[in-house]
Design a protein around this ligand. Structure first.
Ligand code: ABU
Length: 378
């Protein structure tokens, strides 16, 4: 019999065996750059801090990340952590300079497992250009241990000024509303750009959100890479999300046939077809406990981090400790719900799904969409 695969994960819900959980060690504040305009919550005119985060803020986030590790380990999951990295160091390439980097709290943004293949995303922001580095030692370990592991690094974009549309940040809300169906954000369409967290894996079918962090060239690259490997890639759009970045606070598969949706970010008309034709239920998440203006001061994400849950299996998942309305809904749906406090992690860009990268789950590639009209590129 073949030895079990070391890297194997085809969807977001199969029983979890091995996972990377992020770390806040050496984290810095994200700098202002063409792909990101961080702002202090409720005080947009206050200067956003720069340089390393405080030891206290790092310790608070690490305590919660360690709590997540304990829950995962109690469920038999092997947990791995990133290597230390100096995020206070500047980056200088022939095309740009940025005063510091960010953090290794959200491996989901950088790394994705597609079956037995690990893909490192291009990334979309300068401060995150080298964010693959804290995971390289692990990738080498997996790659050396099992010849069936494939490893792909997507082409690095220049991140030069010409890759961005800086005026995006100054568009008034009315203009964003008027332009919502053009799906043009702070990156233009000239180079291949994607963050891994704009994808969601449903067996043979991969959803990719067009966003501030993934452009159409990025989706095109993913199709050309994944279709010959037997995947079908579906671009998805949420026109009422004026600052889309990462799909996992918007459209969250919980188990075969069930997706948690964001009531304030409906799918573009027509894109729900593939789900309804294949008997999937799209179920709205309840309103989060916090409003956007109650989110942590330096957090750049929305209140919808509430729905950034992590599946341990099709019947068990982990939810943020204070999100009672969502916990009650999941409980009614028959899930065993584990909870962990995680709000001190929010200012590092995500919640439970963002702060993890699944390396191995049970299961194989299944077709959950047998009734699908799909036109491959070639
Ligand atoms: N990194 C996930 C953030 C998504 C959101 O704010 O809705």
């Amino acid at each position: 019999m073949d030895k079990p695969l070391i890297v194997n994960s085809w969807n977001e819900w199969d029983p979890l065996q091995e996972m990377v959980v992020g770390s806040a060690d050496n984290a810095s504040f994200e700098p202002v750059e063409p792909g990101s305009r961080p702002a202090v919550r409720n005080a947009p005119d206050t200067l956003f801090p720069t340089g390393p985060k405080s030891k206290e803020a790092i310790d608070r986030a690490n305590e919660e990340l360690d709590g997540l590790v304990r829950v995962l380990e109690s469920q038999g999951v092997t947990v791995r952590r990133p290597e230390p990295h100096d995020f206070s160091a500047p980056v200088r390439t022939p095309d740009f300079e940025v005063e510091n980097q960010y953090c290794a709290v959200c491996p989901r943004d950088v790394m994705i497992t597609m079956g037995n293949e690990i893909i490192e995303a291009t990334m979309s922001r300068r401060a995150r250009y080298f964010e693959y580095q804290p995971y390289r030692k692990l990738v080498y370990e997996y790659w050396n241990a099992d010849p069936r592991v494939e490893w792909t690094t997507a082409p690095k974009p220049s991140m030069a000024d010409g890759m961005y549309r800086e005026e995006f940040w100054d568009w008034p809300l009315e203009e964003r509303h008027a332009k919502m169906h053009s799906f043009e954000f702070c990156i233009n369409q000239d180079e291949v750009v994607f963050d891994a967290a704009d994808m969601s894996r449903l067996g043979r079918d991969i959803l990719v959100q067009e966003s501030m962090t993934t452009n159409r060239a990025g989706i095109h690259w993913l199709r050309r890479h994944l279709e010959p490997r037997g995947f079908r890639v579906h671009p998805v759009h949420f026109p009422l999300d004026f600052f889309p970045s990462h799909i996992d606070c918007t459209f969250v598969p919980l188990r075969p046939g069930l997706i948690l949706t964001n009531p304030e970010r409906p799918l573009r008309e027509g894109e729900e077809r593939m789900f309804l034709d294949n008997d999937w239920e799209l179920l709205e998440a309840p309103q989060p406990v916090l409003n956007n203006d109650e989110m942590p001061l330096y957090c750049q994400s929305s209140k919808w981090l509430s729905m950034n849950v992590l599946s341990i299996s099709p019947t068990k998942l982990i939810c943020e400790e204070q999100e009672k309305p969502l916990q009650d809904l999941l409980d009614k749906l028959g899930f065993e719900v584990f909870t962990v406090p995680f709000r001190n992690v929010f200012e590092y860009g995500g919640s439970l799904h963002c702060a993890t990268w699944d390396v191995r789950r049970e299961g194989t590639r299944e077709d959950y969409f047998p009734r699908l009209a799909y036109q491959p590129l070639v």
